[in-house]
Ligand binder design. Structure first.
Ligand code: FAD
Ligand code: NAI
Length: 475
């Protein structure tokens, strides 16, 4: 006899587990199915984000930044440390513990909210009386019937044609988070978010890192003033980033990986490295979901087709997160998950795609929300921009971290904030103020008139807003 639920969520990444919890909060009976397992076969809910994405990468970024600080920056504070050594096992072990704590946290939240969790692969069987028949394949197979289904199956790393991930020499984000000893030479294909974050981790730990990027422009989607500042900072740190390259046929031997490429000037080059990270984007997960069996529509790139409200081509079937259009970000997946649960409950869930922040957790951090200057120019919109450098911020000087700036862009006539771009210390935290202002459709003057504590990095946001009207006080 099939178990009946109001809502069955397939996938327990940030999109799925949050949708399940919100639906349960709203009084529905909810099940969540997830296939991810630990090495010893236990459930590991949390998806890419928890297991091989946001959380472990930030744990490694933190540890490696400590190592960088003690080796290169403590002496500026008069702290001399001798005999520093790296215990990579401990560093990686700590990261694993952080991941496990998050897995366990999600299982706890399911219990607390009375979400029934099934460990296994979920797939559509048919449309039946009372909803959708879903089967769970795993150690304990189950048959479920759901009035509503939320697909939140996420994404997987994209491979280069003909070059499989072996997670030993050719690494996806998964292998790149658990290299057992620091490679002497690390190659990275793709100077996107993963390439820069994980390239930074291994460089700080001692690897010589070369990043090869196909696009001629560095961080083309980022405000170009910020991208230029970032490129300068990364170069100074020793990250070798080459843009505008064309990768040839990659060859592996037992000891090395050879990447032939043509550089931006047309010269034939060769990168020989111990390990190669391939971080060239991600593809949606729809295999094994039974999408074809029930006629769930996917586009030519494999994304499940949804409308603005995450409704799919099938009645009462919804899809959220990386498996649908839009930025592949955990918080975007979560927002969609909440909105879908609320829509199922008859409420008016809403996601504002114009105010989804982006963060790259390098050093300096890069964070932005809204439009870049280059986008506004292309749109032909009249705008005014104000910037304020961290060099002129007292707290940044006290921290000893003065790289970067805050830039506020506002409409030329109405002063409405259209975009905010931060490169510098704690940009990931500073951007929240800009998101709030934009969500309330506030003006640059609103930021400028708000009292900001002194001395804080957030004063750079206020000063940049003042600079929009050419009246910064400290620069
Ligand atoms: P996922 O997190 O991918 O979860 C999908 C889940 O569904 C998985 O557990 C999968 O096993 C399961 N599943 C798939 N098919 C089935 C099936 N048929 N049956 C049962 N279960 C199934 N984003 C940020 O916002 N901030 C960051 O700092 C950040 N860092 C990242 C770092 C790295 C290295 C990577 C790779 C990604 C990072 N991301 C970050 C992106 C973020 O991880 C994703 O956007 C987010 O995980 C998407 O959530 P999701 O719920 O859509 O899918
Ligand atoms: P990405 O889209 O950020 O970057 C991929 C890069 O690879 C691009 O610059 C692209 O031009 C380049 N590229 C593509 N094909 C290439 C080729 N053949 N040769 C050389 N370069 C090539 O993708 P990435 O870094 O794999 O990350 C995937 C997604 O995961 C991100 O888009 C983001 O949504 C998410 N993520 C988010 C993080 C965050 O929020 N801090 C951290 C890490 C990942």
């Amino acid at each position: 006899m099939a178990k009946q639920f109001d809502v069955v969520v397939i996938g327990a990444g940030p999109g799925g587990y949050i949708a399940a919890i919100r639906a349960a909060q709203l009084g529905m009976t909810v099940a969540c199915i997830d296939a991810w397992s630990t090495a010893d076969g236990k459930p590991a809910p949390g998806g890419t984000c928890t297991n091989v994405g946001c959380i472990p990468s930030k744990a490694l970024l933190q540890s490696s930044e400590h190592y960088e600080q003690v080796n290169h920056h403590f002496s500026e504070h008069g702290i001399e440390v001798k005999g520093v050594s790296l215990k990579l096992d401990t560093l990686l072990g700590r990261k694993n513990t952080v991941v496990t704590q998050n897995n366990e946290g999600i299982l706890y939240l399911f219990k607390k909210n009375k979400v029934t969790f099934f460990h296994g692969t979920g797939s559509f069987v048919a449309h039946v009386d009372g909803g959708w028949s879903i089967k769970v394949e795993g150690k304990t197979p189950e048959d479920l019937v759901a009035k509503h289904v939320v697909v939140a199956t996420g994404s997987s790393p994209r491979q280069l044609p003909g070059l499989d991930f072996d997670e030993n020499q050719v690494l996806s984000n998964d292998g790149a988070l658990r290299i057992p000893s620091v490679p002497k030479k690390l190659g990275v294909i793709g100077a996107g978010v993963i390439g820069l974050e994980l390239g930074s981790v291994w460089r700080r730990l001692g690897a010589e890192v070369t990043i090869l990027e196909a696009m001629p422009e560095f961080l083309a989607a980022v405000d170009q003033q910020v991208a230029k500042e970032a490129q300068k900072a990364f170069k100074k740190q020793g990250l070798d980033i080459q843009t505008g390259v064309k990768i040839g046929e990659i060859k592996k031997t037992a000891k090395s990986v050879t990447v032939p490429y043509v550089d931006a000037a047309g010269g034939e080059q060769k990168l020989v490295c111990d390990k190669l990270i391939v971080s060239i984007g991600r593809v949606p997960n729809t295999q094994g979901l039974g999408a074809e069996t029930v006629g769930l529509k996917c586009d030519e790139r494999g994304f499940i087709v949804v409308d603005d409200d995450c409704r799919t081509s099938l009645p009462n079937v919804w899809a959220v997160g990386d498996v649908v259009r839009g930025p592949m970000l955990a918080h975007k997946a979560e927002e969609e998950g909440v909105a879908v649960a609320e829509r199922i409950a008859g409420q008016h869930g809403h996601v504002n795609f114009g105010t989804i922040p982006w963060v790259i957790y390098t050093s300096p951090e890069i964070a932005w929300v809204g439009k870049t200057e280059q986008q506004l120019k292309t749109e032909g919109r009249d705008y005014k921009a104000g910037s304020f450098p961290f060099l002129a911020n007292g707290r940044a000087r006290a921290l000893g971290d003065t790289t970067g700036f805050v830039k506020v862009i506002a409409d030329a006539k109405t002063d409405e904030v259209l975009g905010v771009h931060v490169i510098g210390p704690m940009a990931s935290e500073l951007i929240a103020e800009a998101v709030t202002i934009m969500e309330f459709r506030g003006a640059a003057e609103d930021i400028a008139r708000i009292c900001h504590a002194h001395p804080t990095l957030s004063e750079a946001m206020k000063e940049a807003a003042l600079a929009v009207d050419k009246r910064a006080l400290n620069f």
